[in-house]
Design a binder for this molecule. Sequence first.
Ligand code: FES
Length: 101
Amino acid sequence: MPTIVVVETSAGASKTLEAPSGGALIDICDRQRAPVPFSCRSASCATCQIEVVEGAELLEPPAEEEQDLLDVLEGPASSRLACQAKVKPGPGLLKIKPIGT
Ligand code: FES
């Protein structure tokens, strides 16, 4: 089962989320009240931009809509949109850090 660790940069704290069967990262974060901000939820505002610190292979590759926005955003090469990213089922550790917190 993948484990997701959300790192809160402002306080230096982290929250661990369980994602036993993978799925949409936005739903995993919502259900477990992770400190990842969302707004449009449709790959247009970038509020949910995250840096993938570890375990990028546990995410499905970005779809065209997500990649189009990532291409115009400034951010780490490992950044993703939490509202679009999908977690693969299976074991592993995924560490993400909200950008701008
Ligand atoms: S919430 Fe707007 S791009 Fe993800």
